[in-house]
Design a protein around this ligand. Structure first.
Ligand code: UDP
Length: 468
């Protein structure tokens, strides 16, 4: 076999692939220098044609914005579709969470979702899934055994649970493992909300193992790449930065704020700070509610024209107290302005973004924050905590405001600027839509395909060095 592989070498393409900005870089301490310079494209004997993508704990078919479904689900769906458009087939393995599911469902041409039986359909929390990883791996291996050898060229795992399955599958199949963490226990634990529960040590151990086993790690931002190196001792050369994207066909300003407000039945003159996403302490929707209470205390006349939609459902540690936010709003006397909305599909969410004066994202930690870039793509500025990937998603003072810390008074002060200067939202919204256009999923897929090629090249070179 090896003799069929031609001599492989990285080729310098000058980083000028048409119509896109390269961001795939191997993370090094001189990352900015690398970014500015030429990038490598990898030539390989056989290109990556089919990827086994692993998403153990949440299905790409689930509604995001509640429970275990969020940005990672959106990421996987969008990335897989764009990879398929680039002639890289994707088979996504996920745990079956209800009876009667078809073993395989076509999500889009070239994208298949495979349901794997591993444990009971209902009643298993994410925290209990480590005990099901053997069963899940068994299901993945069974699917693989039905194909000719070499069916999958690469494994791409998402979140550490999938990384463990990918570790074994990739080794058994003799293919590279590319892994994306999405969130990291050590990072989350370093910035917990008050009263939130820390991630268990078992997860830290599991993540450390996956970092060691992976051929390539994909980080959302330079910040995440640095965290992988700092907290998990990832080899810098293994880490590539690929910014996630936004579906620019779906998320766009379109008819604008007035039309969206009319469709949603919202008053045209209202001030509307929006929260959208999974409701859990980590996302800090309570900071927005508290900030709104401060704002109303300072200026009670605002009450008649303030509407605060909270779109999403309970998730993670927020599941233990699903009524906590309602109770907080009642305690602070702002129930009349806060409107809780169950999670909606993205086709509906787009109107909430458009209708909002500003999106507020006071998260304690955020590996990227897709809702921030989606809102901006709709022409809506963002007030975000200056944590994780949010300083990449939001341009401070241009497309929104980054707030250090989580003091509701600070958020109230920034909200006040949108109240006092009604045109601020329009000016920033325009800049926001422009900024978001740099984050298409097509670019993310092209860069991911390059990471695949680099991983495959290195993997084969390693095999050749072993087998001669
Ligand atoms: N989302 C949705 N419906 C909702 C709320 C959120 O479809 O009611 C989607 C939203 O469009 C975004 C994702 O959920 O793509 C949340 O991603 P983000 O990165 O902001 O947060 P995560 O869930 O990854 O923590």
């Amino acid at each position: 076999m090896e003799s069929q592989i031609p001599a492989l070498a990285p080729v310098d393409d000058g980083g000028t692939a048409a119509g896109r900005t390269h961001r795939v870089t191997q993370y090094t301490s001189r990352l900015s220098a690398l970014r500015a310079g030429p990038h490598k494209r990898w030539t390989v004997g056989r290109r990556v044609r089919r990827v086994a993508m692993l998403s153990v704990h949440t299905s790409p078919l689930h509604q995001p914005g509640t429970g275990d479904a969020g940005g990672m689900n959106v990421y996987i769906v969008e990335l897989a579709k764009r990879l398929a458009e680039r002639d890289i087939e994707v088979e996504i393995f996920t745990r079956a969470t209800s009876g009667g599911l078809a073993p395989a469902v076509e999500l889009a041409p070239g994208v298949l979702v495979r349901h794997v039986d591993a444990g009971p359909y209902e009643g298993l929390a994410k925290e209990e899934l480590p005990a099901q990883l053997c069963a899940f791996t068994h299901g993945v291996m069974q699917a693989w055994a039905g194909h000719r050898p070499g069916h999958y060229d690469l494994v791409h795992s998402h979140y550490w649970l999938s990384g463990h399955v990918g570790w074994l599958a990739a080794e058994r199949w003799g293919v590279p493992l590319v892994h994306a963490m999405h969130t990291m226990a050590k990072v989350k634990n370093a910035a917990l909300a008050e009263d939130d529960c820390p991630e268990p040590t078992a997860r830290v151990i599991g993540e450390t193992q996956v970092v060691r086993a992976a051929d390539r790690l994909i980080a959302n931002t330079d910040e995440e790449a640095a965290e992988l190196v700092r907290h998990y001792e990832a080899a810098p050369a293994k880490v590539a930065v690929v910014h996630p994207g936004v579906n620019l066909e779906r998320f766009r300003p379109d008819g604008g704020r007035a039309a969206a407000r009319a469709r949603l039945g919202l008053p045209q003159e209202a001030v509307i700070p929006l929260f959208a996403g999974r409701i859990q302490p980590l996302k800090a929707p309570d900071v927005l509610i508290r900030a709104v209470a401060v704002l109303l205390e300072e200026d009670p006349s605002l009450r008649d024209r303030l509407i605060v939609p909270v779109v999403g459902g309970p998730s993670g540690s927020g599941l233990a107290k699903p009524e906590a936010l309602h109770k907080l709003a009642a305690r602070l006397g702002v129930c009349d302005v806060v409107r809780f909305q169950p999670p909606v599909c993205q086709e509906e969410l787009v109107d909430w973004y458009r209708a909002a004066t500003v999106l507020v994202m006071p998260s304690y930690s955020e590996s990227f924050g897709l809702v921030a870039i989606e809102a901006q793509a709709c022409g809506t500025p963002v007030i975000a905590a200056a944590v994780g990937g949010l300083p990449v998603a939001v341009r401070d003072e241009q497309t929104g405001f980054l707030v250090p810390g989580h003091d509701p008074h600070d958020y109230a002060a920034v909200l006040r600027r949108f109240v006092d200067h009604p045109h601020l939202g329009d000016a920033m919204g325009e800049a926001a839509a422009h900024h978001a256009r740099g984050f298409g999923w097509g670019t993310a897929a092209a860069e991911t395909a390059e990471v695949y090629a680099a991983a495959q090249y290195e993997h084969r070179r390693h095999l050749r060095s072993i087998h001669g």
